[in-house]
Design a protein around this ligand. Sequence first.
Ligand code: C2O
Length: 343
Amino acid sequence: KNRGIPLKANLSSCHPSYPSGDQIGSCCPTPAWSELEIIDFQFPDPSSPIRIRRAAHLVDEEYKAKYEKAVAIMKELPLDHPHNFWRQADLHCIYCTSAFDQVNSTAPFKTHHSWLFFPWHRALLYFHERILGKLIGDDNFALTFWSWDHPDGMHFPTMFTEGALNNTERDAIRLPTVVDFNYNEDRGLTDGELVLDNLALMYHHMVSGAKKAELFMGCKLRSGVDGDCDGGGTIEESPHNPVHGWVGDRNNPVKEDMGAFHSAGRDPVLYAHHSNIDRMWATWQKMRNNELEFDDDEWLNSEFTFFDENLQFVRIRVRDVLNMSKLRIDYQDIGLPWLDTRP
Ligand code: C2O
């Protein structure tokens, strides 16, 4: 079915743009992406090993040391290197603050509050993970997920408080407590109350309130100024948004780093948070037998650009990221306790 043209960024339109109250700044790439040669994404070799992302509270010391080393190397790369940690952080800034317009339009190209949310962030993780692996010479390197949906993982993952994985711009008061999926301001609940509240929300946002693709994935953002939609799916609205605000430093103007689109990528925990967001998408896909989310060509052919681990500048489409096994990624099975917490 084709109802419109696929969403695509106009790569020569980069400008500072922070539509959700973020501070003005610029994360436009140099050299401009419009000057680079773009190649089409190729799937990894189907016989290559599957990278299994494991829960952050269950990984061993060896893994932590490996991840920390990879991020440390990333932070030491020349500042203008596309694999440099801060340039990787800019990817989130570029796409999530609408630094680009759409092609042939003045409408913003954005990857939040719509059906682009899960696919774009899955692609971000895919490339970031392969780059980290490349930097330490490990083709099996996999990210880790912050399993905030499981009672054992509802605290901030301590591995992200060490070495290169640490970040100073976090809320020191909240960090030792259980995360709050309804976080807006502190609610004065006990850890036990928060766990129950969170599990009930998970059930609602994964099952009872997510029966249709549009409810789970977000609204159908169409190309052009008339095509605007601004509504994230259940999981994007929560836990995704509150967890960002919960981690970010309350003393900063817009709860940087995690609390704002332009700065979230500066905190290494972004990738663990989003690995769990992505794991929820994979879980939801499995629960509906991998039925295609939307049979709309304009969604399936919407495209994003990223640097891959070989420094090639790659065009990847939504249709390329729908199948995890084609990307050679999977998640450790730690159970889904919220499935039994039907209210
Ligand atoms: Cu692009 Cu969690 O945000």
